[in-house]
Design a binder for this molecule. Structure first.
Ligand code: ACO
Length: 172
């Protein structure tokens, strides 16, 4: 459609009025069912969930939450990232991800991570291009053991500033 060029998108928080857009995207893009708690958390998450609009069309979304690790460090977990098929390879996924990477760096988080199916080569290529590394492989046996789905955990470690460095950065 756009022959490999980048398209301009604006990123918008999810609110009650546009929640249907996220529901439609998730239905199209993912085989997982998202419950009402997920959607309530998304609406409350502010900057941690974004819809990407090209003109008036919602073409992609990212949803995340913060997690505290046992050592006290805070990291970002990417629950979902998806772009509608006709709008892929046009920089939309990168825009959405860069928003979350910038936010994570500003909040001095230690890392950003996610799960992805081992057979999802498109997404794995995308994440690797953005500096994510495979940190774990998880075997997930579905209840009836008909389908065996394996996941990679992909992680991007971020530079964590000491309190002293963070104060000096704020002053600049
Ligand atoms: N094959 C190879 N490399 C790719 C591909 C692909 N299909 N897609 C992206 N890349 C790499 C390329 O290096 C690309 O740069 P280039 O186009 O200049 O070569 C770079 O990533 C950036 O691509 P974007 O255009 O920013 O990515 P896009 O907007 O297409 O979004 C995404 C990528 C989100 C993975 C998209 O393919 C998608 O929605 N897939 C279906 C849903 C999905 O699988 N989501 C991830 C599941 S995991 C999770 O949700 C936590």
């Amino acid at each position: 459609m756009f022959a490999g060029q980048e398209i301009s998108v604006s990123l918008v928080n999810v609110i009650d009025e546009n929640l249907t857009q996220l529901k439609m995207l998730n239905n199209i893009l993912f085989s997982v069912h998202f419950d009402e708690k997920y959607y309530a958390d998304v609406v409350a998450s502010g900057e941690l969930t974004k819809l990407a609009y090209h003109s008036d069309t919602c073409v992609g979304a990212i949803s995340c939450h913060r997690e505290r690790k046992e050592d006290g460090a805070v990291r970002l977990y990417i629950m979902t990232l998806g772009v509608l098929e006709p709008y892929r390879r046009l920089g939309v996924g990168t825009r959405l991800m860069n928003h979350m990477l910038d936010l994570s760096s500003k909040e001095n988080m230690s890392e950003v991570y996610l799960h992805v199916h081992t057979d999802n080569e498109d997404a794995i290529n995308f994440y690797k291009k953005l500096g994510f590394e495979t940190t774990e492989r998880i075997s997930n046996y579905y209840r009836n053991a008909i389908v065996i789905k394996d996941y990679y955990v992909l992680t991007k470690r971020l530079a964590v500033l000491t309190k002293h460095e963070a104060v000096n950065t704020d002053k600049k």
